[in-house]
Design a protein around this ligand. Structure first.
Ligand code: AR6
Length: 231
């Protein structure tokens, strides 16, 4: 096991395989709120932004397939495509980590029309299978260069994901930067949509996390959170 010390002094533990060990591998729930100050650049650490007295947005760098809080009321978000049978990027990583039962569960999601299980902007839930998180919420963000209103479609993807999470009593949820990979969404614009939409649900989850793969996206998300969550 290796420990990486975050910018705010907390250890992120990356453990080998067992579900029990992986659980709470990004465990920042117990983190001292006073230590989780707003910073303009965190250098990769875990940064917590209070949304209310008891709810928070948490931003960290990392691999979303390794994230969990309690293995029962937590969910990771999969930036999928409309077929919902796997793909590249985070989608591919999530399917590999969840094991083959995930694609089987996806096949069981009814098609809304031929080849489409989850239209752009909508969301569907499955179990997490071999993932440390208990659930996966699959959503489809817009392809930036093709969508006629990418901001509205991206907001719908976040909003419908959070609605599905609420309906399934999820308390802790982790997002990647939806549409910021293959789908080509500019990072700053995506961060504005993501954080503004999460603010609408500020009372509904104990913690909403962003688990971001790259330093440039992480820094942009931190700066945007500082800007949009000032009060
Ligand atoms: N953990 C966290 N973030 C990740 C991980 C990971 N393990 N892997 C990649 N990212 P993308 P999209 C980041 O392309 O743009 C798939 O083929 C990545 O660096 O995964 O919504 C689907 O099947 C980027 O910042 O999703 C669709 O066809 C972010 O996750 C299409 O890609 C999103 O990148 C969806 O494209």
């Amino acid at each position: 096991m290796t420990s990486i010390f975050s910018g705010s002094g907390f250890a992120l533990k990356f453990c080998s395989k067992s579900k029990a060990n992986l659980r709470r591998s990004f465990g920042v729930r117990g983190m001292d709120a006073a230590a989780a100050t707003r910073v303009s650049s965190g250098g990769g650490g875990v940064v917590r932004f209070p949304l209310t007295a008891s709810n928070a947005l948490v931003i960290q760098k990392g691999d979303i397939t390794k994230w969990s809080i309690d293995g029962s009321t937590d969910a990771i978000v999969n930036p999928a495509n409309e077929r919902m049978l796997g793909g590249g990027g985070a989608d591919g990583a999530i399917h590999r980590a969840a094991g083959p039962e995930l694609v089987q569960a996806c096949r069981n999601v009814p098609e809304v029309w031929r080849g489409v299980r989850c239209p752009t902007g909508e969301a569907r839930i499955t179990p997490g299978f071999m993932l440390p998180a208990s659930h996966v919420i699959h959503t489809v963000g817009p392809i930036y260069s093709v969508d006629s209103n990418p901001a509205a479609s991206l907001a719908s993807a976040y909003r419908n994901t959070l609605r599905v999470a609420k309906e399934n009593n999820i308390q802790y949820i982790a997002f990647p930067a939806i549409s910021c990979g293959v789908y080509g969404y500019p990072y700053g614009e995506a961060a504005t949509v993501a954080i503004s939409t999460i603010k609408e649900f500020r009372n509904d989850f104990k913690e909403v996390h962003f688990v971001l793969f790259s330093s440039d996206i992480y820094d942009i998300w931190l700066n945007k959170s500082n800007e949009l969550l000032k009060d």
